[in-house]
Design a protein around this ligand. Sequence first.
Ligand SMILES: O=C(O)CCC(=O)C(=O)O
Length: 251
Amino acid sequence: MASLTDSQHSHYLETGWLLLDDVTGVSVETMQNEVDAIARWPEDGEWMHHFEMTDRGRQLARTENFVPFSPIMNTLLRQSAIADVAGELLDDDAFLYKEKINYKLVGGAGFSPHQDKPAYPFVDQVLSVMVAVDDATVENGCLFVASARHDRLLPQDERGCLTSEVVAELQWQPVELRAGQTLFFHALTPHRSGPNLSRRDRRALYPTYNGASEGDLREAYYRAKIEAFADAPTGDRARISLIGDFEGRPA
Ligand SMILES: O=C(O)CCC(=O)C(=O)O
């Protein structure tokens, strides 16, 4: 059972994010091997693989809905200290709302500045988490966050991302992670990331949690996503989310 210190809790409340070591309960190698295995799952399974076109060709950008098919990921995201800390920050028991792997392979695209909340239907109190599977650096596309701006929804453009006026006004700070570290961030914390310009992949797990008092919403979320993705894709960006934050090209 994890227990945050007062200063960790205050840091989260003030800034909207908290970086912790040692909450995964598994080795980096175990996470990397399982992510490698999931990336090899066939394209037509019940999980959801999403692809992007890059200068190196068609690449895997994201996998979602993998917990039911991976006992290792199920334990990691539902039974480790990650879920305990999520519960402490939500001030409730934490239910897994959804889960994704963002691969950001070499040449993979970044994400426009956004808040996650508009991508999460049916829920009020919700927490985003990034678990670094590989080191995340400025060069390979780590997150940049705007601290202490998680008190409200900021103006959005037609993609559901932040308007250019808001983006220019915010103070952006890179949050580099070593493989195995975990970043907890409020669903209203503005964040963005660049493309992977390095020669190494930058993979990360992103579990999202909601408070148990709002119910188990994971199935409802995935039903809504499947319904939204049933229409033929349009536009200049690969669609991987319920908002248009991903800057990758359609594959
Ligand atoms: O993985 C990244 O670089 C950013 C991911 C992100 O912001 C998201 O998936 O909402």
